[in-house]
Design a protein around this ligand. Sequence first.
Ligand code: G6P
Length: 366
Amino acid sequence: GAAELGPYRHFMQKEIFEQPRVVGDTLEGVIGIMPELFGDEAYKVFKQIDRVLILACGTSYYAGLTAKYWIESIAKVPVSVEIASEYRYRDSVPHPDTLVVTISQSGETADTIAALKHARSLGMEHTLTICNVATSAMVRECKLAYITRAGVEVGVASTKAFTTQLAALFLLTLTLAQVNGRLSEEEETAHMKAMRHLPSAITAVLALEPQIIAWAEEFARKENALFLGRGMHYPIALEGALKLKEISYIHAEAYPAGELKHGPLALVTEEMPVVTIAPNDALIEKLKSNMQEVRARGGHLYVFADVDSRITSGEGLHVIRLPEHYGCLSPILHVVSLQLLAYHTALARGTDVDKPRNLAKSVTVE
Ligand code: G6P
């Protein structure tokens, strides 16, 4: 009802704005990295495994893809990420020393539960879930768990569940790094500090809402959009495109920016808005040349650029500046701006934001 919504028009908007608090809640009480955060047996399990297999669907799958970049770079453990409905039915090569990680907001997604059981039937016993519902089937089925504290998510399009999953997955990354002797005390202190600062960093991104509304009014008139990202922001581009298609019904696709020339460039015309995630990281110069490729074909760029990335607006190039570059945790900030873009585009198109056609909050049958 209206009372629950407070000043917001939809649950999705309310849930986007709850993110500083629920990300903080998810990390609350974490004063240092220790395996026990994931369960009593976690140390023993983490010592034993030498690879990670992540299984999930939808937005949770994109959280898993982001985690692959983190875990391989920081903990140096090989990770594969699979869509649950594919994994459960394909012939794969199991390995007993695998940490099987399921990611699920509801903990009840039929495909993800079936994929978990399939992994177990192949002899993989080390199971961990990152889940938002402590009483769910998923938590009961897994040996280890980290419960995100997003609270009840009503909007079908997942927002706060995603950012809390990312926070939990970053903790998992640091924990695996520590168990493998790859996390110095200085690094731990620096990462802990960055995590503590997340709520205020997210709040600063939420303050960009008025600028994003102006873009959304233009997007509302489009039928297609392309999202570009590189590295750990490629999964964020995928999530941004998913949000837009789910609730505004605009056809949206995401590509790793370096892959543009192998296909999607053929779609670029003046009619194609190209949303670009431009963190000020090691790939920024490469990304700028990808942006040139779009401009040269008349495509209009809408760039979310970190403040120090030296990208300035011009003809066919629109820029919204994120307040800071946030290192490893940058995906958590960039996705918030894309959630707002999808929300306001859908609002301008008058779609049923919280209950998009044909979609369900939790898919408990196959
Ligand atoms: C549905 C929801 C998505 C969600 C996906 C996986 O498709 O609409 O928002 O990401 O299921 O759900 P889960 O509860 O397993 O994270």
